[in-house]
Write a protein that binds this ligand. Structure first.
Ligand SMILES: Nc1ncnc2c1ncn2[C@@H]1O[C@H](COP(=O)(O)OP(=O)(O)OP(=O)(O)O)[C@@H](O)[C@H]1O
Ligand SMILES: [Mg+2]
Length: 398
């Protein structure tokens, strides 16, 4: 288990106390370093945990690694931190090849899901630990610890023991300990996973602000797509050891390149059928299993092009689906269905519509302009703007 690395190894991650080495790995204090990953693979026996991953992270950029359990997120972090030896590939931090370096020479901060504080040390001593390992003088250590405590808004907690802190406070101490030596790169592996939703959202904002203020480069692992979209400058979506797509949250959400990304990022309806024909340029029509035809943009890259007659899947986000009562005859050739459920959501309501052989969700604003007249059991016509739906081949051609 990568997460059970000996704490001593983690805590001492960073260069020796000589200024030469520190300067080598850290070109300028407090400024993020670029991270460059080329053709990185990691095999555990027959398990391919990382499969030829290349990734460039700009100085001061916040990149999230998002993906399902077992997709290789932690293994990438551990390879950068130096706790896993890659099977092949190159990792450069601040332009320097770090693969031959032991973890404690890489000058990289790391925060884990479990706070991993020393239970027998006070908050101040926990934060001071990496500085002691680096041989910092006492007065300089005290100053840095104080600054780190202020940074994570825990002034006044210096003498507490970890057991006297809440989960969120403990994670802020872990964060302070990871940044106290001003690493140019900070790796975070599901750091908020153990916290409740409200606290998680608070800390998401805090970490983001902190990262912007310090200007450090952050690689942040999560399997929570909301967290990745909210925090990151760019999100890398991982699937089975590979990066499927890396883009800004907006592009990932609006222009997913593969069905996997479309499904994993954001809320989506997936309708399966057979590719009917190509419509106007870029648009395509899909014949659903029940016989209705639906249209959408044909995805241009990733899984390849869906050919006529081949199985394909159309993705449309619930907020882009429109409903109207199916009482008027002959006005639509689109699919119709029956409302099975209306889930109250405050500003919007989620209509669950049963189709032939499937289900579709429509997120409709509440109040005027919403679908207040439509109730459970009603027949409805379903439509969307073709540009808001995307068609992917059901099988990958690659
Ligand atoms: N030390 C190991 N020995 C053998 N297999 C491993 C080892 N570490 C990881 N793996 C395997 O490598 C793959 C990737 O694991 P990894 O921990 O990187 O996934 P992850 O994306 O972090 O998942 P999660 O979201 O569950 O933390 C998995 O199939 C896992 O079982
Ligand atoms: Mg993991």
């Amino acid at each position: 288990m990568p997460n059970s690395q000996p704490l001593s190894a983690i805590e001492t991650a960073g260069p020796e106390a000589t200024s030469d080495q520190r300067d080598d790995a850290r070109p300028s204090t407090g400024v993020g370093a670029p991270v460059e990953i080329r053709g990185l693979s990691k095999h555990f026996g027959r398990v391919v945990a990382i499969d030829d991953v290349s990734l460039d992270i700009n100085p001061g950029e916040f990149v999230a690694l998002l993906g399902p359990s077992g997709s290789g997120k932690t293994t990438i972090l551990m390879s950068i931190a130096g706790f896993e030896q890659p099977t092949s590939g190159r990792i450069r931090v601040a332009g320097r090849d770090v693969v031959p370096l032991p973890a404690n020479k890489r000058n990289i901060g790391m925060v884990f899901q479990k706070y991993a504080l020393f239970p027998h040390l006070s908050v101040a001593d926990n934060i001071s630990f990496p500085l002691e390992m680096r041989g910092w003088a006492k007065s300089r250590r005290a100053e840095a610890v104080q600054r780190a405590l202020e940074t994570v808004r825990l002034e006044g907690y210096a003498e507490r023991m970890p057991s006297q802190l809440s989960g969120g406070q403990q994670q802020r101490v872990a964060l302070a300990r990871a940044i106290v030596f001003e690493p140019p790169v900070l790796l975070m592996d599901e750091p908020l996973g153990a916290l409740d939703k409200k606290l998680r959202e608070e800390l998401q904002l805090e970490i983001k602000r902190l990262q912007q203020r310090l200007g450090i480069t952050v690689l942040f692992v999560t399997h929570d797509q909301g967290e990745a979209l909210a925090m990151a400058d760019r999100v890398a979506v991982m699937n089975q050891g590979r990066i499927e797509q890396i883009d800004t949250p907006q592009v990932l959400y609006n222009e997913p390149e593969t069905l996997f990304v479309a499904d994993f990022v954001g809320d989506s309806n997936l309708l399966t059928g057979v590719m009917a024909d190509a419509g106007p340029p870029g648009l395509g029509r899909l014949r659903l299993t029940a016989g209705d035809c639906v249209s959408g943009r044909v995805a241009t890259s990733g899984d390849g092009n869906p050919a006529a007659g081949r199985p394909a899947t159309l993705m449309v986000r619930p907020e882009n689906v429109r409903l109207r009562p199916a009482e008027t005859w002959g006005t639509s050739d689109g699919p119709t269905g029956t409302v099975r459920d209306i889930v109250f959501g405050g500003a919007t309501n989620m209509f669950v519509v049963e189709l032939h052989g499937g289900e579709l969700r429509a997120q409709i604003p509440a109040g005027p302009g919403g679908n207040g007249r439509i109730g459970v059991g009603d027949r409805v016509e379903i439509s969307w703007d073709d540009r808001n739906a995307m068609i992917f081949p059901a099988e990958r051609s690659t």
